[in-house]
Design a protein around this ligand. Structure first.
Ligand code: CMC
Length: 386
């Protein structure tokens, strides 16, 4: 954005502040029982994220978010069977996945094909219980969409799902066609757990606004995908890796960050609207990433990572958000950058669905007001006077 274009926005913020309004932040937009986000911690339905990350798998988190409680052993087995049942994509959707031009952004492909998938929804109904089952269908299908499209772009045919695999393993299997090693599956599972839910972030709020009009689940998820794509939100993990990938040495990275700070450039994968002193999810993933980098002989990458992180934290007081360690984790697992934001979708769909269900249960239309800061009342001039 040019300087000239920023001025009105700044004036708007000034006027808003004078009127006693904050614009887009610091405003409580609703109540939720799904997660709590704050500097003191992140909890999914009351459970601390660090404990969940240590002890459960993504499917248990999915159950927790969508059904409200962690599953029993039997419920988990049933959930895994249901995910399996829904993994196979309808033929017309596969045909469209194959036909979209290969250079199309995978988030755009996902937006289109999730919408199309809605026409072949094997589940029915809009009661909260129906929506729970449809959430499992969406979670299974979205993972399959990402994997199938990845294979088409690489001139490979999609694979049949492999019964008996956990969700993260299945995702890796469908992408690469091999049973993944335990470490890779555990790291993917961890990113799925950490990305799954984050209260009223932009994409979740989008989904809730759509659901609040009594629209449908698929429309809400398609809208959320559009919101997540932006680089200030989910798109940041791809931008963060594009930044890291430029550097051959930590010194290159240090020089880049010095210049970026001088120019006041936004560094992707850093900063957060809620977490001002660090993102708990980033700390959890960073610890796992460091362990992995050590065994994978990727010390150079961690040195580059630190060359960016250290000055951001010490000189600017701006901490990494989850997207920064996530970008390097995916890179060290040999995943191409265009999959990073779609993998965020593969996880966050759980949170979006939980919020849509909560919104449907509340059945209240979102209709915010704005503070008008435009021209005062004025007559409509005739054409000759304009
Ligand atoms: N790099 C450099 N400076 C930054 C950054 C950053 N990533 N984030 C904030 N700042 C600076 C900002 O320029 C401002 O400086 P000054 O006071 O000198 O003008 C100061 O910190 C306060 O920033 P802000 O604009 O009030 O922060 P915000 O709460 O509006 O922005 C944010 C939050 C996430 C939009 C922003 O930090 C950002 O653009 N980060 C990069 C994109 C990114 O990583 N997004 C992922 C967010 S977390 C995962 C998700 O939700 O998807």
């Amino acid at each position: 954005m040019t300087r000239g274009a920023r001025a009105p926005a700044n004036n708007r913020q000034k006027v808003m502040a004078e009127l006693g309004y904050s614009q887009g932040w610091g405003v409580v937009a609703g109540a939720t029982r799904i997660s709590s986000v704050g500097q003191a911690g992140l909890r999914y339905r009351g459970y601390d994220i660090a404990k969940l990350a240590e002890t459960v798998c993504f499917e248990e988190v999915l159950h927790l978010l969508v059904y409200g409680e962690l599953p029993t052993r039997r419920q988990l087995a049933f959930l895994r069977d249901t995910l399996m049942e829904f993994r196979r994509l309808p033929r017309p959707v596969v045909d469209v996945l194959r036909s979209i031009p290969t250079d199309t952004d995978l988030m755009d492909v996902l937006r289109t094909t999730v919408s199309l998938l809605g026409h072949y929804d094997p589940t029915h109904g809009d009661t909260p219980d129906d929506l729970r089952r449809r959430s499992i269908w969406l979670t299974a299908s979205i993972a399959s969409l990402i994997a199938a499209r990845h294979r088409f772009v690489n001139r490979l045919e999609p694979l049949d799902p492999q019964p008996g695999l956990a969700h993260a393993e299945e995702l890796l299997f469908q992408l690469h066609g091999e049973t993944p090693d335990e470490e890779a599956a555990r790291l993917i599972d961890l990113t799925l757990i950490l990305y799954a839910e984050h209260d009223f972030n932009a994409s979740t709020f989008t989904a809730r606004v759509i659901a609040s009009t009594r629209s449908d689940l698929v429309s809400a998820i398609v809208g959320a995908i559009g919101a997540l794509k932006g680089p200030l939100h989910g798109g940041a993990n791809e931008r963060a890796m594009e930044m890291l990938a430029q550097f051959h040495t930590p010194d290159d990275a240090a020089a880049f960050i010095t210049r970026a700070l001088e120019r006041k450039d936004k560094v992707m994968g850093f900063g957060h609207r809620v977490y001002r002193n660090g993102d708990h999810r980033a700390e959890i993933l960073e610890a796992a990433l460091r362990r992995h980098a050590e065994t994978a002989g990727a010390a150079k990458w961690m040195a580059i990572y630190d060359a960016i992180k250290t000055p951001m934290v010490t000189e600017k007081g701006i901490h990494p958000n989850l997207d920064f360690p996530c970008a390097l984790t995916y890179h060290l697992l040999n995943l191409p950058v265009d999959l990073y934001t779609p993998l965020f979708v593969a996880s966050r769909v759980a949170g979006w669905c939980a919020h849509v269900i909560e919104q449907v249960e509340e059945d209240k239309l979102y209709r915010p007001l704005s503070a008008y800061v435009g021209e005062p009342p004025r007559p409509v001039p005739p054409m000759s006077a304009r």
